[in-house]
Write a protein that binds this ligand. Sequence first.
Ligand SMILES: Nc1nc2c(ncn2[C@@H]2O[C@H](COP(=O)(O)OP(=O)(O)OP(=O)(O)O)[C@@H](O)[C@H]2O)c(=O)[nH]1
Length: 567
Amino acid sequence: MQTAPSRPPRLKTQLTLVFGTLVVLASLVLTWALGDMLRGRVRSDAGRTLTFMASNAAQVLAAGLHANAVTASVLSQRESIWAGGLASPEAKRVLEVIEATAPSVNLWVGLADEDGVVRASTGNRLLGASVRERPWFQRGADGLFVGDVHPAKLLATLLPAARDGEPQRFVDYAAPLFRDGQRIGVLGVHASWGWAGDVIDTVLSGEAKAAGIEIFIFNREGEVIFAPGGQSQKLAAAGVRIPTFDNRAAGPALVKWHDGGEYLSAAVRLPAQAQVSDLGWTIVAREPAGRVFAAVKDATRQVLLIGIATALLGSLLAGYAAGRLGADLRRLSRAARDVELGVPGARIPAAVSSAELRTLSESLGSMTQRLVAARDDLEVQVRQRTLELEQANIELGRQAQTDALTALPNRRRFDALLEHALADACHEGHALSALMVDADHFKRINDVHGHAVGDEALKTLAAALRARLRDTDVVARYGGEEFAVLLPRTTGDRALLVANQLVADIGSRTYPVYGALTVSIGVASCERGAVAPAVLMQQADDALYRAKAEGRNRACPHDGTGSSASA
Ligand SMILES: Nc1nc2c(ncn2[C@@H]2O[C@H](COP(=O)(O)OP(=O)(O)OP(=O)(O)O)[C@@H](O)[C@H]2O)c(=O)[nH]1
């Protein structure tokens, strides 16, 4: 079975879909491209900020380590201070000065003799205690020493917890003390590791903190030694190490941290100002990737929303334009159908949706008007030709039933009229009579005066017959010089009377050229049409034959009972 072809979608639907899809696709591409560009730019800016902060922190930390090391070194070499021994008031004052330079940092400053016994200290803490086994004492005896972060051992119970709540940890500075070129002991400074937190707190602006930026410090082995929020020792205990950068030299990178989060991270090596204070730290600043790219996300979402809104608006406008175009096209096709069907007054309307369609509609309009005018002309011509044809047919029909010479009905017409008259007579119960009229010795006229004169004689005879009879009587040329006459509502007697009058009238005239002309007439009648046409005419012909036989120029009835007369 053949299925009907599916109807294609409307122009308005097609344009709306195509336009909307295009704008949505364009918006997606634009959003992606813009997002990519913004991500790159934001990442670069944020990375620079992180690097800057990590560098700042690293420099301040390096400067602090160096400054403390230098202080310890310079003081240890001032033999005049230690000339009075380790427990002298002079030495004690120096310890207090060192503590006073940073009371919240330099928590313990002390002097140990060659045996490792503490001879003087701030707050007299550990006075008399042995520090022989402590690394700062052992390393400090050999020369200036800066010790990496470590938990408090002997001082753990003597000092309050750090400000962040964690147990105290120290960075140690130590240097040997000499008198007269002879080493007499070791100067030790235990600086609170809270110092690192203070440095980082200073480096990080409030804005940076609000943005979630944090700074971590990792030691030479990659172990965490400082983490924000008092998490340092907890993370260290958990074995947290510096996160893996794909390529640390390439600068800030998106890195996965121990907590599973992704952070934009920048790592800076501690820029040590002297070999002794180079503890090999790495300072890492990080910012959550979600926060770094939050603005990008917002911007791309806005662009996407604007794109979708534009697509909707564009689709609506495209739909409106296509609707106008479609309405014009529908009006044009309706008008074209009306023109095709010949609806009166149908014409192609002017399109309003676009200049091109208006030009098309105007061209179609003028073409249609010309076609309609041509069709109307053609129809007028066809009607005229048809009328002429009908008239020609009527004329042809008339000619087919008319005798050309006398303009009387011919025999064919007479036969039809006879049948009709007989039917009438039958229907109405009237009498009907027929005459058969024949020119006498007509051959002579032809022979003597020529055929043309004979024709004139026949026309004269026809006119005479027509002039003498009623309008309701029928006069026809029956053939040659013979004429047939029908007299409706006429009895045989009356018909014989009329025939005699005709014989007398025609025979009494004098005609030009041929002089005299007579006729013989046979008369036949019937009552109520009770006879066949051929029979009636045969009877008239028989009567004519008798009139000829009886001497011509007379009328004879068929049954012979009527009087036969001669003019
Ligand atoms: N000029 C002319 N002659 C015709 C026409 N029709 C018939 N005739 C002539 O009529 C003549 C008839 O001659 P006939 O039949 O001998 O009859 P008639 O001479 O009239 O003699 P009767 O009838 O016996 O009195 C012929 O010469 C025909 O040629 C016609 O249309 N024009």
